[in-house]
Design a protein around this ligand. Structure first.
Ligand SMILES: C[S@@+](CC[C@H](N)C(=O)[O-])C[C@H]1O[C@@H](n2cnc3c(N)ncnc32)[C@H](O)[C@@H]1O
Length: 414
């Protein structure tokens, strides 16, 4: 909570600018992510494409994949590169778009845009426009580009929904988008998510893969497809970054898609967002399944009792099937315990599960052996304490893995 109050969006943006300003100024310095020609080669860029790039831009390559795998750029295209950095992808796009095309390289970091301006001037390139600006507010008119490319930038953008809406706005109808970005397998807790130091690690700003793809679909993109997926962080020289990435299942994907003709309706978007499968996935990945199961156990226990007491006052008779009632409470209690046990894998602490099991045992005893309201209540209190303890342990473990607690020295990743 302290982190939520302490850090803000401008601080995240400032941290991103400081990090990529450093890449622009001193590309040979050690960074926790792969930089330069070797990274480019290892991510799959064909030698024929990189051979044509100026050495000074190639040395500052900081992409996470090879977005051209999606093949979005056609001859004659007006192309936008979002988060262009030193401009290598913009220069490749310029080649693919050919003499009738034009490319705009947009980046947030002044150090990067200045470098790119100098590099293209020295290389005698005059058909590349460079814009310093934010992906969240593209300084371009509606429907002005045929294709968009982006490599490693979206995970660094605080308001991704807005950035995706901006991509939709500036693309022509049926325009094409190719993207390489980092995705994660499970979301980072809110406190860690708000820490600007962690944003520049390229992990905590990333989105769960399915949620990222859903973001594009909800904005009106069609034929959203993954064309490549790889363990980008295995290339990192920092053991801590590799550990953080592994813990969150962080890896890179390359995606291709097409802009639909119109944005989906408000109702469609909300139906899509409220899909129960997505809600389940979110609960599961955030480690909140125990909380949800406990809430359902309490609701089926005391909620049903309240209904049984209240409905006759409204003249509605309710016959309670006690077997079904007790069975559903027991089911949710067992689900809570299963979620607690799953937490052991995360934090290796058995005590929250033991406490929860004692509580669960008391509830089941009251339900099936000898009903005593106080025993049942004590059981729920213990079960709830086990869930709260487990959540605390999970978050503590996360702050440790991310190096936010008791390991300041380990954060010397650059
Ligand atoms: C990981 S680097 C990749 C750079 C480049 N695409 C490449 O492949 O070398 C991410 C780039 O995105 C830029 N960036 C981060 N947040 C941005 C935002 N909100 N708007 C525009 N660019 C942004 C950073 O300044 C940085 O240059």
């Amino acid at each position: 909570m302290v982190a939520i109050l302490g850090y803000s969006r401008p601080q995240i943006i400032a941290a991103v600018q400081a990090m990529y300003g450093a890449v622009a100024a001193t590309p040979d310095a050690p960074f926790h992510f792969p930089v330069g020609a070797d990274a480019c080669r290892r991510l799959g860029y064909p030698a024929a494409q990189t051979a044509e790039l100026p050495g000074e831009t190639l040395a500052r390559f900081a992409g996470v994949g090879y977005p051209f795998r999606a093949g979005a750029i056609r001859p004659g295209d007006r192309v936008l590169d979002i988060g262009a950095g030193a401009g290598n992808d913009a220069l490749i796009a310029r080649r693919l778009a050919g003499p009738g095309g034009r490319v705009i390289a947009l980046d947030l970091t002044a150090g990067m845009t200045r470098r790119l301006s100098g590099a293209i001037r020295r290389a005698g390139i005059d058909d590349l426009d460079i814009v310093q600006g934010s992906a969240e507010q593209l300084p371009l008119p509606d429907g002005c580009v045929d294709s968009i490319t982006s490599n490693g930038a979206l995970n660094l953008v605080p308001d991704k929904r807005r950035a995706v809406a901006e991509m939709f706005r500036v693309l022509k109808s049926r325009g094409r988008l190719q993207l390489a970005d980092v995705v994660i397998h499970r979301p980072v807790s809110v406190d860690c998510h708000e820490d600007p130091r962690l944003w520049v690690e390229c992990v905590v700003g990333a989105t769960v893969k399915e949620d990222l793809l859903a973001l594009f679909e909800e904005a009106g993109f069609e034929e959203v497809r993954i064309v490549g997926e790889h363990d980008y962080f295995a290339l990192s020289e920092s053991p801590q970054t590799r550990e953080v990435a592994e813990s969150f299942g962080a890896h890179a994907i390359e995606v291709g898609m097409r802009r639909g003709e119109t944005a989906p309706s408000w109702a469609w978007r909300w139906r899509h967002r409220l899909d129960p499968r997505r809600a389940w996935r979110r609960l599961h990945r955030r480690g909140l399944l125990g909380v949800a199961a406990l809430a359902l156990a309490l609701l089926s226990c005391y909620g049903t009792l309240a209904l049984v007491a209240l409905l006759p006052l409204l003249g509605i008779g309710l016959a309670l099937d006690e077997g079904l009632w007790a069975g559903s409470i027991a089911g949710f209690v067992l689900l809570t315990l299963a979620a607690l046990a799953a937490g052991i894998r995360r934090h290796a602490d058995y005590w929250p599960t033991m406490l929860g099991a004692m509580g669960g045992g008391l509830v089941l005893y009251a339900l099936f052996v000898d009903y005593l309201a106080l025993v049942e209540l004590a059981g729920f209190v213990l079960l709830g304490s086990g869930v709260a303890w487990d959540l605390r342990r999970r978050r503590r473990r996360e702050t440790q893995v991310l190096g936010l607690e008791g390991a300041t020295s380990r954060r010397q990743t650059r």
